[in-house]
Design a protein around this ligand. Structure first.
Ligand code: FES
Length: 56
């Protein structure tokens, strides 16, 4: 939802956290976007990159 609000489209597959199609790097940590949450609290800058996976 946060990515969509920022105008970023993230590829998806299972939408349940098991396939890895939605993996992105957030501040240097790879997360599965379909099951990840944006932490609350003080606003901080986020650097989001799509994971580079030659199998997808
Ligand atoms: S869409 Fe499959 S892990 Fe996110």
């Amino acid at each position: 939802m946060a990515a969509a609000a920022a105008g970023v489209s993230i590829p998806t597959g299972c939408l349940g956290g098991s396939c890895g199609a939605c993996e992105i790097d957030v501040n240097g940590t790879t997360v599965r976007a379909c099951v990840a949450v944006v932490p609350g609290g003080r606003p901080v800058g986020l650097i989001v990159e799509f994971a580079d996976d030659p199998h997808w």
